[in-house]
Design a protein around this ligand. Structure first.
Ligand SMILES: NC(=O)C1=CN([C@@H]2O[C@H](COP(=O)(O)OP(=O)(O)OC[C@H]3O[C@@H](n4cnc5c(N)ncnc54)[C@H](OP(=O)(O)O)[C@@H]3O)[C@@H](O)[C@H]2O)C=CC1
Ligand SMILES: O=C1CO[C@H](CO)[C@@H](O)[C@@H]1O
Length: 406
């Protein structure tokens, strides 16, 4: 640990989310941002100023990993970097806070879980709702039967990006302050475009997807509330129907997951229309006794109505609740939980296995969409049942010399 028993942190990727994480960790006195890394030197300079101190800086994350004075790393790079950086950190004896979605393939996610266990490391994934008191209580109550059997859950990413979305841009010379080759890392060499980085990698399948980016927040919350680890089948539909841009993901997509216990969950990514899908909240959980609408800060329970031939029996009671929990507040709680677990060596609220299982939903959806068919999933073996094409998509070949550390 650093001086005065403070946890010495290395931040890797310090732009949008990395900056937010630096603020969240800065609220806790028992840690300090001692090393910052970003492939963009302007971003790095700005982040170093944000600390008000004089942290070490580098464009090469391996320097942070090799620095013995750093206790833990906080990863907020684009998704295709998470696995290599997280596993290298674990192998070097560092604890890791890694942003969601955990990885870009199911194989990477499992390798991250294995590394955390092999090297006995704390790995917290950035699904910050896991550190919300409101969600913790509600998920418990729903699992205990508050809503009856929840057979249907839904959540949506809604944003009308018509007509131009992220635009169409030509191949460009990367800005001087950016190391583009290091940005691409394990992904294929390709020309830079300013609608890929910064931030817009979300609309490119190679680096992320909106299914991964937003889907993981909501599917994690849904599966937590209904007490499910994995679906047994998945079917996605969608395409680029209205937005004329360079994206390699759909602008309209809907996926249905079926669970072995007899339930469905739906996630919709509608980037061609933004009107709300629900009276309130971000996720809807529809049970036989009541429906819950839940967001980061609120929940509302609406009692069920008696349908055809139903006997008279007590329904859930109407209820509303709020918690002062913005993204920033929950992220600060999540950082606190990580720091506490570093000391206690207990599993954090969003342990890497939880993050891996939740991220898997997103990969299953993307693979089903790509193949254009419903797929059966064996969650124990982490393989598709009887589908070689789908199993071939559990990972991809890294660009040399990058490989997953062991
Ligand atoms: N939990 C949450 O609520 C949120 C989570 N996120 C997650 O955080 C991650 C980052 O997203 P976001 O901050 O929005 O994206 P940004 O593009 O704003 O930031 C990513 C930064 O990482 C840099 N970078 C890329 N490759 C490397 C590398 N190999 N080593 C060091 N730095 C690198 C990028 O450089 P350059 O500037 O050149 O692109 C950029 O500065 C994503 O996984 C995203 O899903 C994001 C927002 C909120
Ligand atoms: O793009 C994004 C918008 O905000 C979300 C969180 O609130 C992020 O997770 C996501 O990366």
């Amino acid at each position: 640990a650093g001086s005065n028993d403070r946890v010495s942190l290395g931040f890797i990727g310090v732009a949008n989310r990395g900056g937010q994480l630096m603020k969240a960790f800065a609220e806790h006195q028992d840690c300090s941002p001692d090393y910052l890394c970003d492939v963009d030197s302007k971003t790095l300079e700005k982040a170093a100023k944000q600390t008000g101190g004089s942290p070490k800086t580098t464009a090469d994350y391996r320097k942070v990993i090799d620095d013995d004075s750093i206790d833990a790393i906080v990863i907020a790079t684009p998704d295709h970097w998470h696995a290599i950086q997280c596993i290298s950190g674990c192998a070097a004896g560092k604890d890791v806070y890694v942003e969601k979605p955990l990885a870009v393939t199911i194989h990477e996610g499992r390798a991250m879980v294995d590394a955390a266990r092999k090297y006995d490391r704390i790995v917290q994934v950035g699904t910050h709702r896991r550190s919300s008191g409101l969600y913790q209580e509600l998920s418990q109550r729903i699992q205990n039967g508050l809503l009856g059997k929840v057979c249907m859950s839904r959540a949506f990413r809604l944003s009308n990006m018509a007509p131009d979305g992220i635009g169409r841009r030509p191949a460009m010379t990367p800005p001087e302050h950016l190391d583009w080759d290091m940005w691409l890392g394990p992904r294929a060499q390709r020309p830079y475009q300013d609608n890929i980085a910064p931030y817009k990698f979300r609309w490119w399948q190679d680096y992320s997807s909106q299914m991964g980016n937003w889907g993981v927040h909501y599917l994690d919350a849904i599966r937590w509330c209904i007490g499910e680890e994995a679906p047994s089948s998945v079917c996605a539909m969608g395409g680029q129907f209205a937005i004329d841009d360079d994206r390699t993901i759909p602008d309209t997509m809907e996926v249905t997951f079926q669970f072995p216990s007899g339930r469905l969950a739906v996630f919709g990514q509608y980037e061609t229309s933004g009107n709300p899908m629900m009276p309130t909240g971000e996720i809807e959980l529809r049970g036989t006794l009541g429906t819950a609408y839940v967001s980061e800060r609120t929940y509302e329970i609406i009692p069920e109505r008696r349908g055809q031939f139903a006997t008279e029996h007590p329904m859930a009671k109407p209820e509303k609740g709020t918690e002062d929990s913005s993204n920033h507040h929950l992220t600060s709680n999540h950082a606190r939980n990580f720091l506490d677990c570093m000391r206690s060596r207990r599993q954090p609220n969003a342990d890497v296995e939880i993050g891996h299982r939740s991220t898997t939903f997103c990969h299953l959806a993307n693979i089903s969409l790509k193949l254009g068919r419903r797929l059966q999933w064996d969650a124990d073996a982490e393989r598709f049942v009887g589908d070689d094409d789908a199993n071939a998509m559990l990972h991809y070949e890294y660009r040399k010399p990058w490989k997953l550390p062991v």
